[in-house]
Structures are given as structure tokens and as C-alpha cells.
Design a protein around this ligand. Sequence first.
Ligand code: COD
Ligand code: ZN
Length: 353
Amino acid sequence: MEEVELSPPHPHEIRIKVFSSSLCRSDISAWESQASSAIFPRIFGHEASGIVESIGEGVTEFREGDHVLTVFTGECRTCRQCTSGKSNVCQVLGLERRGVMHSDQKTRFSIKGKPVFHYCAVSSFSEYTVVHSGCAVKVSPNAPLEKICLLSCGVAAGLGAAWNVAAVSEGSTVVIFGLGTVGLSVAQGARLKGASRIIGVDTNPDKCEKASDNNLCVPVFDVILLNFLSQVIKRITDGGADYSFECIGDTGMITTALQSCCDGWGLTVTLGVPKVKPEMSAHYGLLLTGRTLKGTIFGGWKPKSDLPSLVDMYMNKEIEVDKFITHDLPFEDINTAFSLMREGKCLRCVIHM
Ligand code: COD
Ligand code: ZN
């Protein structure tokens, strides 16, 4: 824990009093990944809710006191991607990887004049943060901020992968690799679209148990099956699933996911952010026989356009969020959240500022 200085919001930025921020696997992956070693010190956290504390010049859509969700991949609403109707990968405010603000490539945090870098343009493991106004979205003031923070990344990413990216159809078979919050949210999305069979694979028996307790999928504990995983899945799904999802963050599993779906129309969606080895390989025959591999960030949702309605769906009890919260922790115990996730003992830890 350190005292950090935070500048007022620059033009088109807002300063947010963070209310709650849940820990997502990619906070840990980015911390441990070799690729980001140059961007320290930095403040992680990107799955958060808060209240607007002040607004910069030119900001018209937010007012002090507005309830917001942060958005780790922004939406400018004017670039080629945003206006295409086909993509949520904004060219202006998309995923920020260098730890600086989109507008001037500088940081708003500092310690004794030395820059402290941002993460994914959000940095919510802090009492206050400054974000571009395109990297936050106003939500209903009636929604509980300590729950809906999960919609700012994990739960929405999983639901969107099933609904927007795969468009899971009624009666279909689905295999999900990795039963963390992201994988279980894919399962929830698939179930709501009427998938007839949802098989979940995880190496951690506790995660399998949580998945079956929540009645989200039929779990398979993959250590037992080791190298035969895709063969076993092919057998139990009559030649392969209609859809498979990689929610582990292991590029090696993309091959297994492709092998586990069927010839002709099998679709593999990969959501994981890998910690090591970003390259992937697969036999070309898997694609020649009609499979498709799709990647997605944030489940294809356009955050500003789509998140308010996901919050409303939660308020109307059409989607579940609460069951993914296994721990609530005060900010001073944030390191416990990191340990719990590293040890595979939690789904989401919500950290309260
Ligand atoms: N086989 C099966 N399961 C495995 C294996 C394996 N070889 N290795 C690990 N697992 C399991 C773990 O036991 C764990 O249960 C699960 O995989 C991963 O879950 P969590 O809880 O660690 O992680 P999540 O659910 O928070 O996130 C996982 C992703 C890997 C998908 C992560 O990259 C992510 O958060 N993506 C979010 C989507 C996105 O767009 N992110 C961009 C910035 S956040
Ligand atoms: Zn995340």
C-alpha cells in the first residue's frame, strides 16, 4: 500500500471514486507476464464500479455523483471499428497496453513526481482513478455497485462470448475449458440460449465442484484424462461439440478446444489472455474440415452501448452475478485476494475501497 498522487482529470477525462473492484485473472497474468515487465510501477485492477468525483473539460455525458462501471476496452463511437456495426475493438480507446492515458501517452498517477503507470486504462486498485470518458459507462443508480463490478469484465466477457461471438443455438452441445468466472459465465450464457449439453473442463477439482453446485455445467476433471481429453469429448458428444470455449489463458488449449468440436461447423472461441507463449499452433486439417476459430475481447460487447442493458438484466434477475462472488474483502486485504486466486480458491474476490 502506497500513497499515490492523482492529477485532476484532463479534458475528456473523469476522476472516479472507486467503490468496488473485483480481481480478475488477467490482473495476475499481466503482472506475471514477461511482456509487461517494463511498465512498473503500475496500478492493476480493471473490473470496477465507482462514483464520478469530478469531470474534465469537454465532458458532457457524466456529472459528479453518477454511478459508473469502468471499461478496460473503450468505445469512442466514431472510429471505423466503432461505426462498423461489426466490432467492439475501438481504434482510439481500445486496449491500452503501455500503461499511459490514450490522449497524451502520460500517466495521471505519480509518487514524488515519478510516474506510476496505469493498467488497461482503468487502474481500479486505488481509492480514486482517472479514466478517459470513453472508458467508463453510466449505469442505473439503483444497481448495487459491490456486485455489478463483475459486469465490467469477467461475467460480461463470458456471456458475450456465448451470445454475441458464438451465438450458441438451442439444443447444441458446448465444451468449456477453464471454469473460473469467465468460463462459468460462458456456461450461464449457453444455458440461457438453450444449449442441451454443457461440459466443463478444469484441472482444479474445487472449480468442478463449484460448477456443479451452481448447476451450470457437467464438469470433467481433466488431469485424469490427460492427453485423451479431446478424444473423450468427441466420444461423449457424438463426434465433437458444436461449440468449444478456451477460458484458461493457455494457447496450448486452443488446439485441444479445436479438436473437441465437430467437423463441418464446430466453432472454437478463445477468450483467454495467455501469461506465457502467446503463439499458438494447430494442424491445418482441423480448419480444412470446416472448423472456425474466433477470438474475442470482452465478449464482443460494445461497452458503452451495451453494458447498461446488462446491468438492467441483472436487476431484472435475468442473469446471475452474485453466485460468482466467493469473497468480499476490504482494500487493506487485497493481497489475500491475489493469494486466493493464485491458489485457485476463489471465483471472484470483490475488494471494497
Ligand atoms: N485445463 C483445464 N483447466 C485449467 C487448466 C488446464 N490445463 N489450467 C488452468 N485451468 C483452470 C483453472 O483451474 C481455473 O479454474 C480456470 O482455468 C481459469 O479461471 P480463473 O478463475 O483463473 O480466471 P478467470 O475466469 O478470471 O479468467 C480467465 C481468462 C483466462 C479467460 C482471462 O484471460 C480473462 O480474464 N479474460 C477476460 C476476457 C478479456 O477479454 N480480458 C481482457 C482483459 S481482462
Ligand atoms: Zn478482466
